[in-house]
Design a protein around this ligand. Structure first.
Ligand SMILES: N[C@@H](CCC(=O)N[C@@H](CS)C(=O)NCC(=O)O)C(=O)O
Length: 208
């Protein structure tokens, strides 16, 4: 019986943050498929029973049910003793980047990918706005990674796993990712970590 259950679906980069953490720390875990594209996270019963915030990921561990990927990452770092901060200053630095990720890096990119790539919106003012904002966030992370191999402390931490939620997603959002050479090099470093797997291999996806 796996210790952890993760409510997730393959296209969710937010769920991937938790799934990759479980995988890299060697935790036995089981995926519980959430049928996001058919509205499951909007279903009132699902919200009542699984997450009142209507979002994936949700991590179940014994009696505990955790939501918000950053909080899940911190919980797993504390439980496993891996990829967490070494002191209070690092803890603040990790949170600083996880908040930036949630507010900008993941948020704009994921919204752009959802509307433009998964919903095939075509070019609209909203798409253009999101692309500009996502590109600006990518520039900030790229500039930081020009100075350090990983986001905090020179080693892989949960700050990297948070920011890496969407960077391996294959869809073409219209952003020229080759522009971000330091992000590309950082991605290669993450892929080289033993146990790394692509989101579409790690989590369940609707066939077809
Ligand atoms: N800040 C949240 C974001 C979670 C999130 O937006 N999840 C998406 C899937 S990737 C979702 O479930 N959205 C449901 C909806 O907006 O209806 C986290 O990091 O866990």
């Amino acid at each position: 019986m796996p210790d952890y259950k993760l409510h997730c679906f393959a296209e969710s980069g937010n769920a991937y943050k938790a799934a990759l953490m479980l995988e890299l720390t060697g935790q036995p875990w089981q995926a519980v498929f959430v049928d996001f594209f058919n509205g499951q996270t909007r279903d009132q019963q699902w919200r009542d029973e699984v997450n009142e915030q209507g979002e994936v990921p949700v991590l179940e561990h014994g009696e505990q049910r955790l939501t918000q990927s950053a909080l899940i990452l911190e919980y797993l770092a504390e439980r496993t003793g891996q990829f967490g901060p070494q002191d209070e200053a690092e803890k603040r630095e990790i949170w600083r980047w996880m908040l930036f990720d949630n507010h900008k890096f993941t948020a704009y990119y994921a919204a752009l990918r959802f509307i433009f790539c998964l919903k095939n919106s075509g070019e609209t003012p909203v798409v253009q706005f999101l692309r500009e904002r996502a590109t600006a966030a990518y520039r900030i992370v790229d500039a930081h990674l020009a100075k350090t191999p990983f986001m905090v402390g020179g080693r892989l931490t949960i700050a990297d796993l948070s920011l890496a939620g969407y960077v391996f997603m294959p869809e073409d959002t219209g952003i020229d990712l080759a522009e971000f050479k330091h992000i590309e090099a950082w991605k290669a470093r993450i892929m080289a970590v033993p146990g790394w797997r692509h989101p579409y291999e790690l989590m369940p996806r609707v066939a077809g």
